[in-house]
Write a protein that binds this ligand. Structure first.
Ligand code: GRF
Length: 208
């Protein structure tokens, strides 16, 4: 059984999509062991109550330094024997030390087709605003492993979504979630739980 730890900051709709695929048996070989938020009032922590998933808040402000925060977070997941860490809308930048402790074991979802509209400054609605401002016709979402850079790790899955001429950032954000994020994030976790993902030369190879 793959033991999953999740990091969240907000609403947790991606987390919900993953829980749904575990509940309906699509992902049969994994369990969510712990959900950690950096915000006490994140709705994601509310969502998990009815599934009996352990939730807690670990936030930088409670520690003397970023380093100590990072060690606490790392120790939390290590003590639970976590196999895979999912960033499901997590707005804290992870330290190099944390990322190095879990090589190719941290997955993130980004709401664009990397390498477009990603990297520093591209988060939340800013991504979709950038897409609309540039007038591109196709955007999407990307699931990737997390390395020391911002949105630079090996790409696992991508899915395209059409941009419409009357889209607002909010409308586009919702479509990217519904048509891409909520589909490919659970899919990537399923592949991982089936041991079908390998990384070679910073590239992901998915076996049949
Ligand atoms: C999503 O748009 C995701 O792509 C980004 O953060 C947002 C999280 O939304 N990384 P939610 O908390 O899963 O609803």
């Amino acid at each position: 059984m793959l033991r999953i730890g999740v990091l969240v900051s907000g609403g947790g709709t991606n987390l919900q999509a993953i829980i749904d695929r575990i509940e309906d048996g699509t992902i049969s070989n994994a369990e969510i062991v712990s959900v950690v938020s950096n915000k006490e009032n994140a709705y994601a922590l509310e969502r998990i109550k009815k599934y009996n998933i352990e939730g807690r808040c670990i936030k930088p402000r409670d520690y003397k330094s970023r380093k100590e925060f990072s060690i606490a977070l790392k120790d939390h997941f290590l003590s639970l024997d976590i196999d895979l860490i999912i960033l499901a809308g997590y707005l804290v930048v992870l330290s190099e030390d944390f990322v190095k402790a879990f090589p190719n074991k941290i997955m993130n979802i980004h709401p664009s087709l990397i390498p477009s509209f990603c990297g520093d400054g591209y988060y939340g609605l800013k991504v979709h605003q950038g897409v609309i401002d540039r007038g591109i016709k196709v955007t999407g979402a990307t699931v990737h492993f997390v390395d020391e850079g911002t949105d630079t790790g090996p790409i696992i899955l991508q899915k395209a979504v059409d941009v419409r001429s009357d889209d607002t950032p909010e409308v586009l954000q919702r479509r990217v979630m519904e048509e891409a994020e909520w589909i490919i994030f659970p899919e990537a976790i399923k592949l991982y739980s089936e041991n079908r993902i390998e990384v070679e030369d910073n590239k992901v190879i998915i076996s049949e």
